[in-house]
Design a protein around this ligand. Structure first.
Ligand SMILES: Nc1nc2c(ncn2[C@@H]2O[C@H](COP(=O)(O)OP(=O)(O)OP(=O)(O)O)[C@@H](O)[C@H]2O)c(=O)[nH]1
Length: 262
């Protein structure tokens, strides 16, 4: 039996990290929903604590996908380019609002010749992160294609999308690098796309941790909400009363319903 590694102290999330720019992101949630916070406090998160959410990281070759993941998972940066062949993955364990939660981060190949191997691993993703290089307009214009490829293998209404611009340190036009507007063209009608959620610099580690914390938090929230939906419409504040004589379980809301029928 394999045992999961313990959650590291620097992977504990107690608040929802903010998006990069509100005017550049479709998903601008500022806090965990009360429903989720209460469920976590009352330990009603079902199987979420045992779940591993799959995250795929896609984008053109050499935009910095591997560096982004390695900066977060291993806190290293390699300035030499080594193409990813097919795929690679890392596991990251978090604790969100006191509940363990894991992400499996899939680093995929951007090179055309390895793309067909990589795309076989797209299926089952809860999160898709599309990466572009802020200094390379072509890598941004290819985002739509990456999006289509990733969504073809997944349920577009269920997937959470993030768009990340990398190599901010190399930007010759700081204003362009800071503006999320350039990436508006990646908007689609189906799922909520996080329009240029972040500009990161894996080389310096800038914004990298904040970005993955936001990814983990939003994926966690989605899982908890799904779990609550599965477990039924129990109202917060309902008191479960036990009639010790008859073994009957009933709640005040059920009682009210039966009164109405009388
Ligand atoms: N200056 C700078 N260089 C970066 C940054 N991030 C990545 N790089 C460089 O960009 C090159 C490509 O990075 P990778 O992470 O290997 O790119 P990739 O997207 O994984 O490439 P594929 O595996 O071919 O898809 C490497 O030489 C990195 O050192 C950054 O923030 N700043």
């Amino acid at each position: 039996m394999s045992v999961l590694p313990p959650v590291r102290k620097d992977r504990i999330i107690t608040q929802l990290p903010q998006c990069f720019r509100k005017d550049a992101a479709l998903h601008t949630k500022e806090d965990f929903s009360n429903k989720v916070k209460t469920a976590c406090q009352e330990k009603r998160t079902g199987t979420v604590g045992f779940k591993i959410s799959k995250v795929i990281v896609v984008g053109d070759l050499a935009v910095g996908k591997t560096c982004l993941i390695n900066r977060f998972c291993k806190d290293v940066f390699d300035k030499n380019y080594k193409a990813t062949i097919g795929v690679d993955f890392e596991m990251e364990r978090f604790e969100v609002l006191g509940v363990p939660f894991s992400l499996q981060l899939w680093d995929t190949a951007g090179q055309e010749r390895f793309k067909c191997i990589a795309s076989t691993y797209y299926r089952g993703a809860q999160v898709v992160i599309i990466v572009f290089d802020v200094n390379d307009i072509a890598s941004l214009s290819h985002v739509r294609q990456w999006l289509e490829d990733a969504l073809r293998e997944n349920d577009p209404t269920a997937v959470q999308l993030f768009l990340v611009g990398t190599k901010k340190d190399m930007s010759v036009c700081p204003r362009a690098a800071q503006s999320g507007r350039a990436s508006d063209q990646t908007q689609t009608s189906a799922p909520p796309i996080h329009v240029s959620d972040l500009h990161v610099t894996p080389a310096a580690g800038e914004n990298v941790k904040e970005f993955f914390f936001r990814v983990a938090s939003l994926a966690f929230e989605t899982n908890v909400l799904a779990e609550l939906e599965k477990s039924g419409p129990r109202q917060i504040g309902d008191v479960v009363r036990i009639n010790s004589n008859s073994n009957n379980l009933y709640t005040p809301s059920k009682k009210k319903q039966s009164n109405c029928c009388q």
